[in-house]
Design a protein around this ligand. Sequence first.
Ligand SMILES: [Fe+2]
Length: 258
Amino acid sequence: MLAEFVRRGYDHVVMTGDLIDTAVPADWAIIRDALVRHGLFEWNRTTVIPGNHDLIDLEEEMRFYHALNPAENARLRRVRDRLARFSEIFRPLIADNDANAGLPFIKVMRFGDISIAFVAVSSVLPWSGADNPLGARGSVSRETLRALLDQQVVQALDGSFVMGMCHHAYRVYGTDALVDQAFDWTMEFKNRDEFLKVMKSLGVGIVLHGHFHRFQVYRADDVTFINGGSFKYASERYGEVVVNEDGSWSHRFVNLNR
Ligand SMILES: [Fe+2]
């Protein structure tokens, strides 16, 4: 798929989390090396954010839980530690200088006459037996939301076409399949409306996300959410966003084999 992206001349590749499903940091190197091989491991060519399967190891959480060591601080620390390692291995895609790399981050890139900006957050909520039993519920931290409303961020994004990025789905509820409905709450993006409000205040028109294994496009309060779907379930399929110089844009799902 990466080779085909290069062949088709796309300017930028975005992966919205769950790059791996093991939460073993060494496995991120597989993704990194593939990007390197295709010349895509560059700040202005690729953007990645983490998902719950990158940052939460359910087996590890259960081990601590059964060892009667349910300390909340430790759960938070494990996610933060993995996030720090994620930021380190993907540092060249996050920071365009030697500054500390981490999430949230913004990118402002020029493509010809248009400036495109990304606002990327981690929406991974630490595991919790009662509140997040599958590690699949999401939330964006207060610190993140506050940081994004800083005037420096607002100024940096000014004049750009701005896209948001998070891992969790704004819309989980309301699918037709009963099997989905039974799991709705365990997948929920808890403070999605707070996140949406911040995205709107930053002029975000499109939010790219993943998590929920569906290729889908929907709107919430004037913002279009695009779920990139799942490589594991449809390894030929991806979403293509085209942004024009006048700020208009289009999106479609593409099948490589057609
Ligand atoms: Fe996920």
